[in-house]
Design a protein. Structure first.
Length: 242
């Protein structure tokens, strides 16, 4: 009997099903991350950018592990940054500083960890909670899933990403609280291979207006993760962490 081929996916959720199956078929993935953030007030800009290469394992019988190595450019100076996430704990080393550790679920740690595979679960939440916000398109030979401003979940994610910067501004005398902020833009995009349904890239962009002195400070962030290939190695903490 001839084997019946599964029906082609049509809806965003069906594409997510295929993508999850395709990504789970391998034991791990290597991806490149690049991002930038900008603060602008009265025409004066303060910017930072970072780039890294990361490996992620996904053992069905254990929590996934991640290792990222890259650098951050801020105020004209570049410093290395290395991150491990193992057994629910995140370890971060910035420049010559000592290793910091904490629960991977801690917001400050979450902001350090970029993971395009985890974005599949986020998009499923968007589809289930606000399906009309998720658009599906085929362009340039790729499948594009995208969600824009309007999703309550998206606003929460953007706020989580903003929090470390907002804390710094508050220490510097900016009295704005979370309920005084305006979300000016948010957009999240997944690009899938139309033949294999693997994730090729994930991009998250957002902007906030932060009131200060009768004007607004503009904060924006743009992060892109691109899959580079399969990772079949092991991730272990270096002896220096102790």
């Amino acid at each position: 009997m001839k084997k019946t081929e599964p029906a082609k996916p049509v809806t965003p959720e069906e594409f997510l099903d295929r993508a999850e199956q395709a990504m789970a078929a391998e034991g791990g993935w290597t991806f490149a991350v690049k991002g930038s953030e900008d603060l602008v007030f009265q025409g004066q800009a303060s910017s930072a950018s970072y780039k890294a290469t990361a490996e992620r394992t996904q053992d069905p019988s254990a929590p996934s592990s991640l290792h990222s190595s890259g650098s951050v450019l801020s105020k004209g100076k570049r410093k290395p940054e290395e991150i491990f996430v193992i057994d629910g704990t995140a370890y971060v080393k910035e420049g010559a500083d000592a290793w910091k550790r904490g629960p991977a679920s801690d917001p400050d740690m979450q902001n350090k960890v970029e993971d395009p595979v985890a974005a599949l679960a986020e998009f499923r939440t968007y589809v289930q909670e606000s399906g009309d916000d998720v658009t599906l398109a085929k362009a340039g030979g790729k499948v594009k899933l995208q969600v824009r401003s309007g999703s309550r979940k998206l606003s929460q994610k953007a706020m989580r990403e903003l929090k470390p910067t907002l804390k710094q501004l508050q220490k510097a005398g900016v009295a704005a609280t979370e309920d005084q902020l305006t979300l000016s833009r948010v957009e999240e995009t997944l690009i899938l291979d139309p033949a294999t349904y693997r994730v090729e890239s994930h991009r998250f962009r957002f902007g906030f207006l932060i009131p200060y002195g009768g004007q607004d400070i503009t904060y924006s962030q743009d992060v892109t993760e691109e899959i580079r290939g399969v990772f079949d190695g092991d991730i272990e903490l270096p002896a220096s962490i102790g």
